[in-house]
Design a protein around this ligand. Structure first.
Ligand code: ARG
Length: 498
């Protein structure tokens, strides 16, 4: 039976009927619909609409639907269900008879879909947060393994200053921490309960909204039914967070691709995450990285699609909102499938620390430090910059590095150069000057993330709620082992020991 048809005299055009269906994609929300329906059923009993037997039979029916869906994908092969809500009603009536029709008392699909999507987004924040935690842990491990190895840091894609490989890797940790933080923030706003909002002005039955809120592990009921049924801000926000994350993954992928070229040779592509060429037998291509970069474009597209789909909508529910589902699912599924692969890649990739270190030793990357040397000798920085520039020019002419110039050559340029200059601009001393700049912020955010209200909230909600959508595990963080290495490099700080 359709969910509506009484007022219609003519059947729908079959092509239109099929075209407006959403079951093909909103079947993903089945678990959320079942959980929210169970909460609604309990409120119906409290409101005197269902008796205890009816409630029991409805709850059992809902559970069976979940079990059948989990047991076989064919169960979801329904060419008639208009959407996932219709599917559940049909199945429930098949299982328990007409009592199943009582479940829709005092509710509307408008509040249902708003609730389903909030549950979906909340679970998405949790799952993606977990994956992000695993990726961060692996990058931290790789930073630890890199020890005191150095590499060039680039600006304008030109060699700029030497830096610890760990310092470079921890830059990605910072990016991903921010994404995790945004996810946790987004989760807060998504985690409210629209049930009881009805079609637009609120339920026609006196349903206990606090009860339903608690059942589903939400933090509070939504405040305004008109807004609650039309609001998709949380979807837009979530997909924006994901597009920012995909953007970070894309930048990471691009840099790894660049560093894996023979020209750089800093990273060896892991065979397990690469492909070959059907034409050129010698080739190994970093497809994981290229696809990561490519897929980011589509996730960013999802965020744009959501903004455009909703920008002209008057209050409250409009069917256009059905179009917000596919970009949401696509973005969430793309990122969720990407992250474990990126983590696997990061675990398996081999960094050529020797080659990175070698690259850090040439190219006048100690020139900034050399200017600082003169500053320490009371030369104004702008003058010091000029003088070291002249020294670089001379070294270029002589095809050598700054530290290979003679003290006489240097003193011809500026009389402040003395014998201690050569120690000052040694690679390890230059590194020691700056190593501490990768330490403080990362340590702080690692601690914040590991003890965030995000994780605490999650524990609370998975205890409280029957809702299976939130039953996920929280990432365990490695105890920040890299801080020791960086500290030991920073300990040799050349301010104290020039
Ligand atoms: N499938 C619909 C959607 O995703 C559910 C809400 C339908 N509401 C309605 N009044 N037709 O938006």
């Amino acid at each position: 039976m359709k969910m509506w048809s009484g007022r219609f005299r003519q059947p729908l055009d079959p092509a239109f009927e099929n075209w407006q269906r959403s079951f093909e994609f909103d079947c993903r929300l089945l678990e959320c619909v079942l959980d929210a329906s169970a909460a609604h059923a309990r409120a119906l009993m409290q409101a005197g609409v269902l008796c205890e037997d009816e409630l029991r039979s409805i709850l059992q029916g809902l559970e069976q639907i979940g079990e059948r869906a989990a047991a076989s994908a064919e169960f979801l092969d329904d060419q008639e269900a208009e959407d996932v809500h219709h599917f559940v009603e049909k199945q429930l009536v098949t299982l328990i008879g007409d009592t199943g029709y009582k479940l829709h008392s005092g509710r509307s699909r408008n509040e249902q879909i708003a609730t389903d999507l909030r549950l979906y987004v909340r679970a998405g924040c949790d799952e993606i947060g977990d994956e992000l935690g695993r990726l961060i842990s692996v990058i931290l491990e790789r930073a630890e393994q890199a020890g005191t190895a150095a590499m060039p840091a680039y600006t304008h894609m030109q060699r700029a200053e030497p830096v610890l490989v760990a310092h470079w890797l921890l830059a990605y940790v910072e990016m991903f921490f921010r994404d995790a933080d945004r996810l946790s923030d987004c989760r807060k706003r998504a985690n409210v309960c629209p049930l009881g909002s009805g079609a637009v002005t609120g339920s026609t039955l006196p349903l206990d909204r606090e009860l339903m809120t608690k059942e589903l592990g939400f933090s509070a009921p939504t405040a305004n039914s008109i807004d609650a049924t039309s609001d998709r801000d949380f979807v837009i926000e979530f997909v924006n967070v994901l597009s920012q994350l995909a953007l970070h993954l894309s930048r990471w992928a691009e840099e790894m691709l660049l560093f894996s070229t023979q020209e750089y040779g800093f990273v060896h592509l892991p065979e397990t995450y690469s492909t070959g060429s059907s034409a050129m037998p010698q080739k190994m291509n970093g497809d994981l990285l290229e696809l990561t970069r490519g897929k980011a474009g589509r996730v960013i597209g999802d965020a744009t699609a959501l903004l455009v789909a909703t920008k002209g909508l008057p209050l409250a529910y409009n069917k256009d909102l059905q179009e917000t589902q596919e970009p949401l699912f696509h973005a969430a599924e793309t990122v969720l499938s990407l992250l474990p692969l990126v983590t696997g890649w990061m675990k398996s990739a081999e960094f050529d620390l020797e080659r990175m270190q070698k690259a850090a030793e040439t190219g006048y990357m100690n020139a900034f430090a050399a200017a600082t040397y003169l500053v320490r000798k009371s030369v104004p920085f702008r003058i010091a910059h000029e003088q070291v520039g002249k020294a670089v020019r001379l070294a270029l002419d002589k095809s050598c590095e700054l530290q290979d110039l003679s003290l006489n050559d240097l003193r011809d340029i500026d009389s402040h150069f003395e014998a201690d200059f050569f120690n000052f601009v040694k690679l390890e001393n230059v590194l020691a000057m700056t190593a501490r700049f990768c330490l403080a912020p990362s340590r702080k955010s690692a601690r914040t993330f590991a003890t965030s209200s995000f994780s605490k909230k999650r524990e609370k909600s998975s205890d409280a709620a029957r809702c299976t959508c939130t039953a996920l595990t929280w990432p365990r963080f490695v105890p920040l082992p890299w801080t020791g290495i960086i500290r030991s490099v920073a300990a040799a700080n050349c301010w104290c020991n020039p």
